[in-house]
Design a protein around this ligand. Structure first.
Ligand code: SF4
Ligand code: SF4
Length: 358
């Protein structure tokens, strides 16, 4: 996949393939839906369109992470980065995908009969040949046990906003709200912008998580609709960043500096929280923390907090369901207390720091 800084080259062809089954009613029956799909895919700024659609792979209720209070987390599909430690592999592809859980399989063969590509082997667990699979979803439709399951769903803005709003009583009593993440929100920026804007109009607290790799124009537009921005800094050195995430960090750091400046111009800017994932064997080093501190002190002045995120391996099972290799197999979770020395480096430089807990 190729992305430019306007976020406009978002695997257009593969999207059409992956959506061919799931949204065929929306796409073919009326031109309004057709326009929605095209707007989403092309990243056009259609600010007033609540019929705009995006691919969401999870809406998690009652979370106490990623912002204040009780929150609803909306996970968007598609990410330009390939962080080796990613805990949401189902958010990487911008396509709707099929998950396979062999332990749920009863061997009924419904999936092999339904598959138009002969991509499912009649072996124990009925594995999917991912090279042949076109993610049409027929196997999941006919699987009686959920062993074959769909990951990702095209949803309209107003559908997602309604799902967020149903938990308003919890937000009210806990100072909670909605947090949009992924995947990468900047991979579907028009949709994310519109959901957040609607939530704001409903007086729901709004937060995002972003890698910062995407269109600056959209990042600033989205910032206008946020109460809190969680912005990742994974590595400072460009070559190391490229090695660990698949891309260098020029756009990410440049966008962060410009976002920080933009916040200075806002009457009520969102809280900017810088997040540093810390992973043993990759970036859990004093050198990285010192690099990050130097960058932050030299370039930013509108951040509220730096959070160190200890590594966890909760995503490992999801790699298996997608037949993807998990590079950190066997690596134990990092104890948050193990990051105290790294946090001390930041606090000794008078930088506000907190160690997050999972
Ligand atoms: S999604 Fe399922 S039915 Fe469709 S091609 Fe892939 S394996 Fe076959
Ligand atoms: S349809 Fe589901 S339960 Fe039946 S063989 Fe396929 S994966 Fe197994």
């Amino acid at each position: 996949m190729e992305y430019n800084n306007d976020g406009e080259d978002f695997s257009k062809n593969s999207t059409m393939i992956s959506l061919s089954f799931f949204v065929i009613i929306d796409i073919t029956k009326n031109s309004a839906s057709n326009n929605s799909i095209n707007s989403w895919r092309d990243g056009k700024m259609n600010m007033d369109n609540t019929a705009l659609s995006g691919i969401v792979f999870n809406i998690q209720r009652y979370s106490i992470h990623d912002g204040t209070g009780i929150r609803t987390l909306v996970f968007m599909k598609g990410c330009p980065l390939r962080c080796r430690w990613c805990s949401n592999p189902e958010g990487l592809s911008n396509e709707i995908q099929v998950l396979n859980e062999p332990e749920k399989c009863i061997g009924c063969q419904a999936c092999t009969k339904a598959c138009p590509e002969n991509a499912i082997h009649a072996n124990p667990g009925f594995p999917i040949n991912r090279k042949k699979c076109i993610n049409c979803g027929m196997c999941a439709k006919y699987c009686p046990t959920g062993a074959k399951n769909i990951c990702g769903e095209l949803k309209k803005v107003d559908e997602v906003v309604a799902l967020i709003e149903r938990d308003r009583p919890f937000y009210t009593h806990s100072n909670g709200g909605v947090t949009m993440g992924g995947g990468e929100i900047l991979a579907q920026p028009a949709f994310v912008y519109k959901v957040l804007k609607c939530c704001r109009e409903l007086k729901i607290n709004t937060a995002i998580e972003t890698s910062g790799h995407g269109s600056l124009k959209w990042l600033l537009q989205i910032a206008n609709q946020c109460d809190v921005i969680h912005y990742d800094i994974k590595v400072i050195k460009p070559d190391v960043h490229k090695n660990l995430t698949g891309i260098d960090n020029a756009v990410i750091l440049d966008n962060l500096i410009k976002l920080d400046k933009y916040l200075s111009t806002m009457a009520s800017p969102p809280l900017l929280i810088l997040r540093l994932p810390v992973v043993d064997g990759y970036n859990a080093s004093k050198a990285f923390i010192r690099d990050a501190a130097e960058f932050i002190k030299g370039n930013l002045c509108n951040y509220h907090l730096i959070e160190l995120l200890p590594f966890h391996n909760f995503g490992e099972q999801k790699y298996h369901k997608l037949d993807m290799k998990y590079e950190l197999a066997g690596q134990p979770n990092t104890n948050p207390e193990d990051l105290i020395d790294l946090a001390a480096i930041l606090s000794e430089l008078n930088l506000p720091v907190r160690i997050a807990r999972w």
